[in-house]
Write a protein of this length. Structure first.
Length: 113
């Protein structure tokens, strides 16, 4: 349910930016969502559809760009995308890894009229 608060923030940000740009209509909002962010695009879409009503974003499309999880081995210079729950380095098999990608959630851009 944490998608509600995040989606409220998204709507508030795009409405504020559109007002600053003196736009009369928001036609598209482009979001980047990491695989490990914990956010479900379908839930964000659900809340967006409700929250955009009676605003200049009421006809806006929400477009998601997914970002896969990316890990880096701390024992060798290997960067890799984990397979399912296998988070060990494919080169040296170390399980000492750090997350370097896939936790993102941000508004990449928006289109207005």
């Amino acid at each position: 349910m944490h998608e509600l608060g995040v989606t409220e923030s998204i709507v508030n940000i795009v409405l504020d930016k559109a007002k600053t740009a003196q736009a009369s209509k928001i036609t598209q909002v482009n979001l980047v969502v990491g695989e490990l962010s914990g956010f479900v695009p379908e839930c964000i879409q659900f809340y967006f559809d409700i929250l955009r009503q009676d605003t200049i974003a009421q006809e806006a499309n929400l477009v998601f760009t997914p970002v896969p999880a990316e890990l880096r081995c701390r024992n060798c210079p290997t960067t890799f995308h984990p397979q399912d729950t296998l988070w060990s380095c494919p080169k040296c098999q170390s399980q000492s890894v750090e997350i370097v990608g896939g936790r993102e959630l941000y508004i990449e851009s928006m289109e207005v009229e």
